[in-house]
Design a protein around this ligand. Sequence first.
Ligand SMILES: Cc1ncc(COP(=O)(O)O)c(C=O)c1O
Length: 492
Amino acid sequence: MNETRPESMSAFWMPFTNNRDFKANPRLLVSAEGMYYKDVDGNAILDGTAGLWCVPCGHAQPQIVGAIREMVGQLDFAPTFQMGHPAAFDLAEKLMDYTGHKFGHVFYTNSGSEAVDTALKIALAYHRVRGEGARTRLIGRERGYHGVGFGGISVGGIGGNRKTFGPLLPGVDHLPHTHNLDKNAYTVGEPEYGTHLADELERIVALHDASTIAAVIVEPVAGSTGVLIPPKGYLKRLRELCTKHGILLIFDEVITGFGRMTTPFAADYFDVEPDLMTTAKGLTNGMVPMGAVFSKKYIHDAFMDAPPGIELFHGYTYSGHPLACAASLATLQVFEEQDILGHAKNMQAYWQDAVHSLKGLPHVIDLRSIGLIAGIELDPIAGKPGTRAFNAFKQAFADGVLIRTTGDIIALSPLRRRRADTHDGRHHRPVATAGAGKTACRRAVRQAGHGIKESRLNYKPRKTRGRTLRGYASQWDAYQSLRDRPRRLIRV
Ligand SMILES: Cc1ncc(COP(=O)(O)O)c(C=O)c1O
């Protein structure tokens, strides 16, 4: 496998990466199937992150791969400016079905960042087309992540993503974030404390006047800043206030869409209907870049009532790319045929139990979970924020499990593959991620907690194929059997 190692790693300026550290000790993935990556040395790496929250149906899902292959041979590219192709329209209808017809229309983009900027522009243009052009302010939230476009970083609430890029969009304000470890540590599901923080919108309205505010945008569960779960009733309250003041509510569901919460979208989970909703990632099972903005019918209709002509001066060359449409249509089919949502619901309790069983490990200061998302917050090393979790990330990778870290928080988001994975000829339980993630996290957190030396973390991963994965699988079986099954399930 070594021959696939790149000759030089200098030219690729890697995104959101410590380039110098990575290039000194690279982690190179060369293939993926089911729940596993394989690295350049042939080690199997169990994917505890669903490929950066992208891959709900598993890697290399054959139906989706087949659909993309077929489409590229038939229609490699087709513009959607004053033109069209059937798959783009078919997909839009199918997506409306998937949302339960809570939305009437969909606008295609190529990423989550583009979906966010598109939603913000639609919000501004919607008010203008209705004669309320003074509504230009956009309200985001501290610790929100909405991608990296200028719109997204303006409404986003991550200092590091904003500080080097100038004044950003004018007229943006932020709600406070809702994360509070003093009140809500070790919560399963929505925390009790913090609903009142939605009322901060009233303060912002009092300051600027509702007539100047176009939209509020939030992630229903903030993913990128470490799994921040909304307090009970918070999103409903935000909805009430937006309705009261004629402000559009945008849910950024780039992470929470496509079953991450066990429901089609987090909006369904929390039973709150936004006016606009952004998505990406799971939309195509991560296989072809695509994002989308879902719009309520009344927003779209306001544009259609305008004088004849192009209704919205916005779009991307690749909006509705045929390969993305084919991937997304196949993804929706797999969701239905394999009952991916039902499977997610079945996994939820196992998953959350596994996560919360990490309580008491050194330096773990919070465990939180909702749907198939979990956050493990670690006590930062004094003067070195983020180092403890990043060490855990490196250690877990060396142990054959991919986790994701942000600051000193480990974020986990397992795959929801229905079929057993057979990469080593065994039938692993589809819930193995939870068990393996738990085992790896336990080890990683413990070692990171004991201040393991950097040099140790840079050692080459040992071959994990076979022994370790079997170990993980049998540990999971043991764990599960302890909970609800007799001994026969233990395969040691
Ligand atoms: C909530 C949210 N919005 C937007 C984005 C940006 O998506 P992309 O990286 O596809 O531009 C992300 C990415 O993780 C996200 O989590």
